[in-house]
Every structure is written in structure tokens, then in C-alpha cells.
Design a protein around this ligand. Sequence first.
Ligand SMILES: [Zn+2]
Ligand SMILES: [Zn+2]
Length: 708
Amino acid sequence: MPAPIVVQVVVDKPLAQGFDYLWDKDLLGGLPEVGAIVEVPFGRTMLVGMVIKVSAYSDYESYKLKGVARVAPLPPLDPAVLRLMNFASQYYIHGLGETIIPTIPQMWKKPDDWEKIPQKLAADNEKKKKKTLSEVSEGFIDENRFNDGQKLALEKLRACPSSEFKAILLQGQTGSGKTAVFLNWLSGILKDTSAQVLLLVPEINLTPQLERRVRAYFPDKKMVVLHSGVSEKVRGIAWHAAMTGEAKIILGTRLAALTPMPNLRAIVIDEEHDPSYKQQDGIRYSARDLAVWRAHDLKIPILLASATPSLETWMAAKAGRYEYVRLDERAQGASLPQVHLINMRDPQTQFSPGDVDKPKSKSLITKTLANAVSKNLASKQQSLILINRRGYAPVLSCSACSWLSKCEQCTSYMVLHKAGALGRKSVLSCHHCGLVKAIPNHCPDCGNLDLTSLGQGTQKVEDSIEEMWPGARLLRVDTDSSRKSKGAEELFQEIHEGNVDIVVGTQMIAKGHDYQNIGLVAVLDADSRLFSQDFRAAERLFAQLVQVAGRAGRSNKSGEMGGAIYIETQFPEAAVFQFLLRHDVDGFLSFTANERKEAGLPPFAYQALIHAEAKSLDKAIRFLGGLKRHLKAEGHVSHGLRVYDPVPKAVMRVAGSERAQLLVESDDRKNLQEILEAMDRYLRENSQGRISKEGRIRWLIERDPISI
Ligand SMILES: [Zn+2]
Ligand SMILES: [Zn+2]
């Protein structure tokens, strides 16, 4: 009897290992290959999985093994993308199967449809052939029209060898023409007719615009777009075109970073600092970090573009580990926007009771800002008003002096937890070190009794705008409005066509869009994000302010002035604002680097969070407390490693369950990896999947969290 063919298959379950199956080559029509997508019996159901190993041997008796049922009509995933998946699975402490399978589009996970897929693909190809001509393209800028800065940057990029790993930071002000530079660079790489390139953008809303530009540069290259907004069928076909090497340009959001591309030759990550590159559920990977790993593994160049690079990338460029290319001129010749800080503590900036134009309801809009908006309206330019309201737990502040609820044990700010969360009374808690304190009944600095939390009152801002400028055409843009009524693309079209005078929106409006007639940008509640439980909040705020300021005065229409940005704050002296005032990105980053170094925070330390979700907060906290005690008892907490006390999450209650987290910090990456692996083993032994047997607590380990 010939030796049986045994394959090891991983499935989408929180399991550390794969399972052995028999491979019947007559039934399946050929020999197995690593990377093949298959259907296998699993318990009482059938599941889609992937072959990770082929051998002639199993630890189990072969009569006990079940057989692979079907094979997908797909080439196997290429070895390089499997290396990437393996790395991601180990680094992010996540099962290999639950890392790989979710990256495969739904269309390829329905074995009953597998037979029909080849026909579908052929039909789709026919349709595409007819359609191609009508596709819009715009924004092509020939390198002959580049300014000197752009020419030099392109030269430097071209000097980088194409068959070596090289990470390149392309740092340039908003409006400096970064996109034109990297598209011209990519055109060199795409001269090789088999080459594929990957282009990542942080948000779905930014893809249509970039798609049109890429089409203009590469009318003959097949491009596919991959993000969560495209239909399952379209995504399935696009993914197939990428994994077979047929598509040469893959444009997408973070999920595209894990797409198989057998001939990948270069990667571009636009707005590399953007937090959207971090996946926030399932395997919590950073698409940017994985892309850098992938480029390193493949020995290809990767370009990271930003006006406000992340501290990690900027430091790597400064230290010479990354190539550093700068673009410091605005491409269209417009000057940088003027920055105005409105000190909200200064009575001069506020409406006084006698003012005729004073709004009836209490508003966040100061008199100074109101006057500026009115003036801007009169000059027939658009105003952009930015508000933020999600994601930050309130920090307590004194309305009379500048006291803030700073933690006395570390550099974080303590946040307010309402009664019932951490005890019968409201308390302040530090999300970094876990310290809990009673709320002071008066300001410790000046004795004032009026302590309020930062960031209150943004909800009513739209109403007060309507009241203050009844004649103006107002448009609200946020994720809710773009989902419900019109698509985001249509909303932006309204702005472009000048059908709107005032745009009010969340961070969505701040990113990348090429608005042409914005004369004024206003930021209303910067403070709640300046002082926060999260040490990265100031870095984020700075990046966002630079981005949003960059929306002002992008064209020469707004004259030589280059537009203006108004920021309302109680703390105009804060470093973030002072550096912004001088448009000093590097100054801000170097200031932040020093702060982090002193406090021993990333990138000078490495972090992981253990999330726990239970019926009650108390249970979640006790579970994490138990984990901490176990780690200490087993001697896992070595020198240079800190395991803090469990704390409730900033958004504590979600859909009937309550959530807490435990922070682990290490000076050394390897140490952290070891403790996380030990933790994972211990938790798995006492769990079913990721739910603890005792107490039914759902847990998850997150490496390199971007918010704490
Ligand atoms: Zn005070
Ligand atoms: Zn603390």
C-alpha cells in the first residue's frame, strides 16, 4: 500500500495548531500544494481552510483522519505572503488560521460556488473590456512640470535600488505634491511589465480621488481597488486578479496590505502616520508595520509619505535607518495658512451680554471666531468647522486656572469615571498606571469649586451655527451622514462645486481632500484631545491640525493669503499649538521624542494590552488581576518589564458587556514577546477559544496598541 498523503490545514478558529487530513489525489484531481484553499470537515460542519504542510506522515492513525472534501479553483497563495502571515500570527499572538482565512474574500469561501467561479470571472472580463474607455482619469502631472523640490525628491527616489530593501520617508507639507512625486516614481518600477505595486491609503473616502489620478498615470495598467466598501463580488474578483499577478496596481486600505501579490516590486503608504492603518478588531495588526516587514522580506523599496510622520518613522529617518526625502515647498505656489489661537479664557474673545449678534444658546463658538467666519462668508469663501466627539474619556479641568487632573504617579492624565464604574462614587483613574483617586471637591491649585470635564458641549455646535448664520448653506459631513444619505464622494462633490458655504464635520473632512475654495478652517474642541488618558493624543492632534490647516488655501483662488486656521483653546501655550503656529513639524516631533524618552514610553518602550470583556466590570478587573498575579508567581515579570494594574477601558460599556484592560510594558521587544507567549499559553489552557472557562470572560492580546 502506498503511503497516504497527509496535509495539515488551518481554519478560522482561535486555535494554535492546524489539523491533519488525508488527501485523495484521484478525488481532488491532483497533488496537494502548500497555500491551497480547501474545504474540510470540522466537527459537525464543513469549513474553509488552507493547506500549510504536506507530508506522508501523521501523529494519528490514518484511519482516524478525515479527508479534504474540495479544493478551490485558485492557484496556491504564494510563499512570500505565507511568510508574512506566519510572521503576523507569531508577532500579534494570533492563530495562523484566524490570521489567514479572514483575509480571503467571502466569494472564495463558499465551496458550493467554486465550480461556477471560472465562468463568472470570464463574464466579468468581457464586461470590463467594454467599460474601460469610459473611466474617468484626472490629475496627471508630468515630471517636466515639477518644481525644483519635486524634481530633486524624484531623483532621490530613483536613486534607490529597486531590488534591495529600502524604507523611504517622503516628508512634505500638505499641498507639496507628494502624490505626483510617488506616482512618477512608481511609473519607473512599472516599466517592468510583470511588476505589481501596492498603494495604501488610510480611508475608503480617499480612494476614488486617488483612483482617478492613478488611472491618469497608468491608463494601460490593470488596477484593482480593495477596501471594505466594495461589494463582496467585486472584492473577490479584484483579490483574484492581485493573487494571480494579473492586476499590476493594487490600491486599498489596510486590509489590502495582506493581499497575495506574487510579483510585488514596491509599496507606497500614503499618510503613513494615520491611525486607520491599525486594525482594531480580530488580529490587531498595523498595516504599515506589516508592509515594512513585507518589503524587507521581499527586498523591495517601500515609501512612507506624510506631512506629519509618525514619531517611529520620523526617528528611523533621522537616525538614517530609513532614507529621508523632503518636500518643503507647496506645489501650487500657495503660501501656508496663518494660524490663529483663540484663548477662550480671555474675556475679549467671548461675546458679552450686550452684543447684538450674541447667539441665544450657550455656544462653543467665540466672538473672535464668529467674526472671522462672517468675514470669510462675505468674501465668498468656504469655511470648514472641525469638531471631534468620540473616543476620548473626559479629563477634569478647572475653569478658573489651568489645573488638569494629571496623574501623580506617571505622565498621563487621569480620566473621569462616572458613579457605578469603579465604585459607588465617581472617581478619577489613570489608564496608564492604574491609580484610582476620589474626585477633588475643589481645585487643588486655586480652590475654585467649578471643575468640569474637557470637551463638553460639542453636540449642539451645528444648531448654533444655523442660528448664527441663517443665510449660509450648511453641510454636515461625518461617518453617519455619509453612510445614511449620500455617499461621501457626493458630499465632497457638493463642496467642490461651491454649493456650500460652511462645512461642519468630524475628522473625515480633515484628510487628504483637495478642496479648492476653503478660506477658513476652525477647530472647536482641541483641548479634550490635547489632555487625555492616551499619551499619543497630542501627536494625533498635531497631525490632524496640520492636515486640516492644509485644507485652507490650496489654490491661488484664495489669493496670496493661503487661508487661515482658527483654534479655540484654553491652553494656547501648549507645545502642540506653539509648534503649529510656526509650522514646525520637526520641532514638534523632536519635542515629543524627548518627552517620550523621559517617560519611557513608545517608541522607547514596547507595549501590549490584554483586553477583557465580561458581564460586569468587576469580573473583568478580577480576571486581569488574576492574570497579573499568575505572571508574577511564575517569574515572568523580569527586569525591564512592567505589568500595571487593570483599569476600565475609556469606553467601558459596549453592548451589554463591560471592558477592562491590562497594560504590559517592556524596554525590550524580545522580553515582551516572551511574556506574551507565556500569557497566551496560560490563557488558552484555561479557555475555550478566547473565552475563559471560569467566569466566561472574553480576552484578547493586542501588540503595539495605538491607544490606551
Ligand atoms: Zn483652579
Ligand atoms: Zn498614572
